[in-house]
Each structure stands twice: as structure tokens, then as C-alpha cells.
Design a protein around this ligand. Structure first.
Ligand code: GTR
Length: 411
């Protein structure tokens, strides 16, 4: 599943900085019609909406209609979880439409002595039970990609993978710092396969529709939608400070956390961990993964309109730094890994830099320099960035920095 098949496009992958094409960086502060934006008011009234609209119609796809939580059910709760260190809740959200039902479960750990906690919210790849050894965490029955190292066969999650991803989730550090952690298995919202008969898409088709239209949502937008609805739930949960929810995601789920926060201003902060192509990095650099490659290998992630730009990045009137700009003025953290050249760390860094001019409109600071910091030397501002040693992953180092940044800029 993560192994690259050798298509001719892949053999053309560029990892040479001197071969990055020169291109004009689309200006976040000039409208498509050429008007210069000089105030927050104009940004919010004119420019931000047209950019959001462009990403909706041509990149991630728009959601056909709003669908609210039909009901929520606290499946399980324990005030003395993790050896008495945390409160645990497992909350199932249910949605209904077109005679169909979809449910997904939020696993929530909360620090015990805080009345209303700020929370990191992020999806996991292989089930809530993989992020912790905690035996009480329920195992999802949703479809999963087969994976030998997680002992997933027949697309079914089992007890055998409990705790297999604890390395990516610094649960104790998060709780000790006074934050809650909420996670959802992304396959419950939309199974990660090129099949639009299942997942949340199927609840919102019009009569006789069986797949999204050209400008309608792919899977990333569907997963983002799931995060937004989780935020709706947090507004009802007395233990959560819904005004301090940080969307977090790694890789494809980092693309997701960015899009969720771009579409919903209630997210108080955003973390993009190694999100790469179609996430934080700049498409026009064509470094590492390119649009043609991502749309070929994962045809269901973006909307069909995005294919317009396969091997045609020059034609894009936007680039991903403008997605980051949609987060302004909220705190944003973009993180890369040295060995994750596929995700183009330099492109992720530059993107954070180019988005910073929108933060300046709000008198906030971001990535002021165009010189990339050394590995393991983070730049912390309202817009933060680091590149750490190691590979495509989420590590304790990443979490330690996210917590420091959240303490300074979100909490
Ligand atoms: C890769 C994909 C990346 C990234 C990654 C992941 O195969 O090319 O864009 O999303 O998967 O999600 O782990």
C-alpha cells in the first residue's frame, strides 16, 4: 500500500534542487483580478473567500450539503484511565441521510485536574486501539487496508494491533502539559480506497448519483468534514474547551488537518506533520511527489477537477502556501523530516514563509526568513516550522515542539 509501483511518472521524480523550475509564486495578497489587498477587511471580504472557493472547486472538492450530527452516544467513560492519570471517553457520532447511516467513534483522553481542556484532534491510520496499550479502547469494525506489520488481514482490525502506533502519539506528554487528545480512525469516516459507494459520500448523493461530481469532495475533504463534525460535538462536551481545539495530522491526514481548519475557522490552531504534496508543500516546485503522481496513485483523495493540473502545475492560479494563508491569523505549525524528501521539506518551509505575509496583515509573525533552519532548530512564531532528523513519521520530538508552540500561541 505504501510501496511505490514503478510508473514512468515516478521514475521522473526530481530530488535535485537545481532542477526545480523557476515560477512566479502566486501572491496571496493580489486578487485573481489583480487588485492588491492591504487590509484585514479586504482579505476577509474579498481575497480569502475567492481562494477558499478555488480550493473547494478545484483541489479538495466541495461538500454537497451540510449534514449535522443526528445523535451522539457515550459508548464508554472512565474517570481513572491510564493508571489514574486521565479521563477517557469514547463517543460515537451518528449521521443519517438518504436512508443510510454512518457512525464514527472519537477516543478522548482528558487531563484530570482541568475543568475544560484544550484538545489536539487528529485522525489515526489503523484504529484508535493502535495509539495506546489501554485495553479499554474499542476496536473499530470499519474497513481497513491490509497491512502485515499491523497484522491486518481481510481488511479487518483486530486485537493484535493494539498499541502498535504508541510511538506516534505522545499521550502522556500531552496530558502532562494539560491538553486533551482526541483521535478517530479515519476509515470510519471514509475508507481509504477508490470507491465512492461507501463512507460519508454515500449519504449525500442526489438521486441516481453514485460518485462525486467533478467539483465535489474527494476523501481528504470527507475526512476534514469528519473533524469539523467532531468539533461540533466538542461544543457540547463540558470537559472540552471547544475554542481551543487544534487540528493535527500526519501525511495524508496532515493534508486533511489543513483543509479542515481552512474550511472551519473554529479550529484554534493547526499542525501539518509531513503533509507534503497536496498539503503544505508547493505544487509548482515539482520536487518529490507531484500532482500527476498523487492523483494517479490516489485518485479518490482530491476532486476530479484537480487532474487538470497533472503535469500542468504552471496553469495553477494558486499554490499551497495560499491554503496555509487561509489559516491566518490562527497559529499554524508546519513540520518536515530530513529523510522525507518525497514530501519536499524545502517546499513546506517556503510555503510557510509565503503564507506569513497574510499573518503580517494581522500584526503577527511567522516564518520571516527564506533561509531554511538547520535540522532540529525549530522556528517558533504564530507560524512555526521545523525540520527534524529522521524519516516520514511522528515522533516525541515533534510533539514536544507542538506542545511548546501551543503553550505559547494557542493556550
Ligand atoms: C504516500 C503519499 C503521500 C502521503 C503518504 C501518507 O504514499 O504519496 O502523499 O500522503 O502516503 O499518507 O502516509
Amino acid at each position: 500500500f505504501f510501496i511505490l509501483s514503478m510508473s514512468p511518472l515516478l521514475s521522473q521524480t526530481n530530488y535535485d534542487e537545481s532542477k526545480v523550475p523557476s515560477f512566479e509564486v502566486p501572491d496571496p495578497l493580489t486578487t485573481f483580478k489583480g487588485k492588491k489587498i492591504k487590509s484585514v477587511k479586504k482579505w476577509e471580504k474579498a481575497r480569502r473567500p475567492e481562494l477558499l472557493h478555488f480550493f473547494e472547486n478545484n483541489v479538495y472538492g466541495k461538500i454537497p450539503k451540510t449534514l449535522k450530527i443526528d445523535s451522539y452516544n457515550i459508548l464508554e467513560q472512565d474517570d481513572n484511565a491510564l493508571n489514574g492519570k486521565a479521563k477517557r471517553k469514547q463517543v460515537e457520532l451518528t449521521f443519517k441521510n438518504n436512508g443510510k447511516t454512518l457512525s464514527y467513534t472519537i477516543l478522548l483522553y482528558l487531563p484530570k485536574n482541568i475543568a475544560k481542556a484544550a484538545v489536539f484532534l487528529g485522525y489515526n491510520f489503523y484504529g484508535n486501539h493502535t495509539i495506546t496499550e489501554d485495553k479499554a479502547v474499542l476496536i473499530s469494525s470499519a474497513w481497513a487496508n491490509n497491512n502485515e506489520s499491523f497484522q491486518i488481514e481481510n481488511n479487518t482490525l483486530t486485537e493484535e494491533s493494539r498499541g502498535k502506533r504508541t510511538n506516534r502519539w505522545a499521550v502522556e506528554k500531552i496530558l502532562e502539559a494539560g491538553y486533551g487528545l482526541a483521535t478517530i480512525y479515519y476509515g470510519e469516516v471514509d475508507p481509504d480506497k477508490n470507491d465512492f459507494s461507501d463512507g460519508i459520500h454515500s449519504l449525500l448523493y442526489q438521486q441516481d448519483q453514485s460518485r462525486p461530481k467533478l467539483d465535489e469532495w474527494g476523501s481528504i475533504a470527507a475526512w476534514s468534514w469528519g473533524m469539523v463534525r467532531a468539533l461540533d460535538y466538542f461544543e457540547k462536551d463540558p470537559d472540552v474547551d471547544a475554542s481551543k481545539v487544534i487540528s493535527f495530522g500526519h501525511s495524508r491526514l496532515g493534508k486533511t488537518s489543513l483543509w479542515a481548519a481552512a474550511t472551519d475557522k473554529r479550529f484554534a490552531g493547526v499542525i501539518s506533520n509531513n503533509s507534503g504534496c497536496g498539503g503544505a508543500t508547493m505544487s509548482k516546485r515539482k520536487f518529490g511527489e507531484t500532482l500527476a503522481v498523487i492523483n494517479d496513485r490516489f485518485p479518490h483523495w482530491f476532486c476530479d477537477n484537480f487532474n487538470e493540473y497533472n503535469e500542468n502545475e504552471e496553469a495553477l492560479p494558486v499554490d499551497q502556501h495560499q491554503l496555509l494563508a487561509l489559516i491566518a491569523p490562527r497559529p499554524l505549525y508546519v513540520a518536515s523530516a530530513e529523510e522525507d524528501q518525497w514530501a519536499d521539506p524545502r517546499g513546506e518551509f517556503l510555503s510557510a514563509h509565503y503564507a506569513t505575509q497574510v499573518y503580517h496583515l494581522y500584526d503577527m509573525e511567522g516564518i520571516e526568513t527564506m533561509e531554511m533552519p538547520k535540522v532540529n532548530e525549530p522556528i517558533h512564531n504564530t507560524v512555526s516550522y521545523h525540520i527534524r532528523t529522521g524519516k516520514h513519521d511522528v515522533t516525541d520530538y515533534d510533539w514536544e515542539n507542538y506542545i511548546r508552540w501551543a503553550n505559547a500561541f494557542v493556550k
